[in-house]
Every structure is written in structure tokens, then in C-alpha cells.
Design a protein. Sequence first.
Length: 524
Amino acid sequence: MSDKRQRRDDFWDLDKLLPKKQSRLSPFASQVSLHEYSDGAPSEGGDDPDGQLTIPTHEGACTTETYVPKRQPLITSVTIRRYEGRYDFYDRFRKAAQLYYDVRGAECPFVPFYSYMPQYEQMTREQKDYYFYWRDEVRHGRYPRTDYSYVYLYVYELLNLPEKQTAEQGLSRLVSLWTTYRRDLRALDKLFSVWIQDYCLLYRLTPPVQLLQEHLNELIAATSFKEFYLFDADAMTEEGLGSLLLYFSDYDYHASRYFTGDSKDAFEGHMRGAMGPLIARILREAEWMRSPRAVIVRDAFPNSLCTHKVKCRLEIEYHPVARATQLRDVVTGAVKYTENRLRALLGVKSRLAVKHLPDEYKRCIDRYFDTVYEDVQRTARREQTAAYEHKYDAPQEALSFSGAIDIEKQSWSNTLRLVSEEEALELSGASQAEEASATSAPDTVAETACDSSYGLSGAHIDLLRRALVGDVETSVSADVLAEEINEAFSEQLGDVVLTVSEQGYRLIEDYREDVEAWLSNMGT
């Protein structure tokens, strides 16, 4: 075949039309072999003469500690494994953090800063100035404007410098940092929900229930290990218990058509009052607590910059109740049963269908509402008794004798209509006699009421007035006047007001105010 014909045939060779793939050299010119180093020196058969690269493996000794955390009913054990390595990739960061730890910053304008894994050498002079100012403010409980990278860098300091603060202080700063900035920096939820877990588990700290319960819904939603935030129900606040009910129950009582107006407070108070002890009992006694346990194995503080001295491996054994459908069925039934009791308390006849709720749990809810009913009935009885007794209270206005006479006349008139004619004639005669005496009674009473002189004359008043300022010499006339004064006041006060001594008649000091008031009424 001629060359010309060969070239024509090559036209149909598609392989020759495809672009040729360029050959690239591997970073390593020869096959890689691994050799373990000991004390910085290569082992036998180290560097090969043909130029093979040797990479050291750093499998140091492993220390292990296992414990059972407190106030975490769903976590049965935590194992911490620490590996002692010969090198540390982030050791330079730790040394820089120690160097910059005590640096104070002056107030300065905010400067944006972004880095996927922020470190000091990535920051400009202005960014460093703002970071040190911001960090100093945060340490004193003040939280100015910030950026994600500033927050992460500060967290890296807290994680890698445990010797600079107690474990409790570090946890408090982590929680405060997250709860303060999470509304403006929403992406913090996912990372901090795990970092707070690991910090508590690593340093054997009890979770700060009071600080976290307000944000319990966000924490449970952000983390895959939800059981950590299902605290001991006995230690829960009302906010935390409400969040736990929302998480465990498929029925939300807030969506009830009777959760309106004044009934909202009753729903919230009684729902948590009845469900609080029941949830605590369920978490302690239910069958799912004896079900097969699950284990989480992961490195502590994922997606963070951690030196080898802090980096460790966590093995968490727990009860996976987050996936327990039986638990959700029981709690859902308990919430519905509680609402039925609330509806009865509010006088609503309709009821919800309740399933999968054991009788002992129903009795637990009933005991709470039995106490509530007793309190309600006791309050109702007190109100009824007070309303009934109010009818028999003494009138506050002054007594009217003329009004009393009118009432008596009306009473006699009703009586005469109800009796026979003979009895009416007899009663009418008696009533006329009583009416005559009654008409004169007010004058007598008025006359008695107006007689406030106790039957004493001007001579008696003069002696009393002199006795107020000093002793009155005894004499025949003074003796008579003093005796009459004492008799008059004895009838009114139950005691004498003048006593005799060597100097004469003297006023008893206990009755000075009474005598002065009497003299004032007499116009002297």
C-alpha cells in the first residue's frame, strides 16, 4: 500500500483524532514506604539509597479514662482516649496564644475579618487591634459588634489554653458567647451545640441547665447527639420542661382551640405541673431505658483548631431515646390526657382520644388534678361563705330610730293580714300601746345622748380644771365636790379620776386625756 493510500485510510482512524492526554509526574518519584521513628531517629532500613521518601508514623501511648456523668440520665458512660504524639501541627498557634493572652486592646472601630480557620498571622494590624479590644470587652461581660472569625479565634484560645482558666470559667464563657451572639450569627448554633457538649464531657462538668434551658429548642435542633441536652427532668426549669414536651410529643397543646385568652395561663401552669413529675418518672423507669444502648465515637471539638494536647477521642455510650417511637407515643398520650383534665377543669365537654398511655401514668396525672380540684373547691367554698356572711354584717351607716319604727309598723301590718279578726283586734291594741311608747323613746334617747355633763355643775368643772395644773387643797366643800366627781366618772370610766394626798386632791395621770376631752366637750 502506498503512502498516499495509507494517509487516506488514516483519515477514518478516530483514535488519532482524539486529543492526547498529557502525562504528569507524580510528586513522589518513587514508591512511598513508611518507617516508624523512635526518639527522633529512623528505624533500621531508614532512608533508601534510591531516594525513597520515608514518612514517620506517630502512634504514641494512649491513656484512657471512663466515668459516668452526673445529671445526664440518658448517658451511661463516657470514655476519653488521649494519644501522646511526638509532634503537634498547631503547636505554633498555642505558643502564639500564650504570648497574646494578656494583651489588652484600646477601643477602636470595627474591622471585618474572615477566615475559615482563623489564626493570628492571618490578621492585619487593624484586625488585631480590634480583636484584642473586643476580647477584653467580652472578658468583662460586655459584647460589642463582632464577626464569625473573631468568635472562633477566641474559642480556639479557650480550648487550647485550659491552664489559663478553670474549667467552670471556660464553660461559662463558651455559653455566654453563644447565647449573646447567636441571634446575629446564626451559624454558631451548629458548632457551639457540639463544642459545649464536648467541653462538659471532657472536663466532667454538669451542664449549665439554668443558662441553656431558654435555648433548649435551638440546641436540640442543631445537634445530632440530642440526648445530651435532655437533662434530668427534676432539675429542669419551666422553660426547659416546655421544650422537652415539644420535643417528645407529637401533639402540641399550644395548637389547641381552647388555648386562648385567659385559659393560656391555666394551660401552661397545669400542663407543666402535671407533666413535670411524670416526665421525670418516665425517663427513670420506662422500658426504653433498658433497650440496647448506642455508642458515639468521635474526636472532641470537631471543626475547631485544637492542639494535640487538647485533641482527644470521645466514646459516649447512651440510650438513644431520640429515636424511640414508644417514648413519643407515651408522652403524646400523656399530653392529651392532661389536656382532657384541663378541659374538664374549664368546663369543656369535648375530649381528645388518648392511646398508648399506661394506667399508672394516668393515675400520676390524676393525683395532680385531684389536688387542683381540692384547691378550687376550697376557694369556692370560702367565696360562698364570705358572700353569705356578708348579708349578716352590721350596717355601717348610723342607726335610725325612725326607720326602725317604720319597719316595725310594716311588720305589724303584715301580721294583722295573716291572723284571724279576733287575734288582729288583740294584736292591734298591743301594737298601739307599743307604738305610743316607741314614739317617746327617741326623745328619751336623744335627751340621754345629749346629756354628756355626767350630772356635774360648774363647781365640779372648776375643781377638775384646777386639778389638771396642780393639787387642790382639801376642804369641806372640796371633799364633797371630789366625791361627786369620782362617782360620776366611775359610772362612765369604771374608775375614779381624783386621788387624795398630803398636798390635796390630785388628778390620776392615767385619766388625764379622758378628763381633758370631757372638759373640751363641755366648752371649757
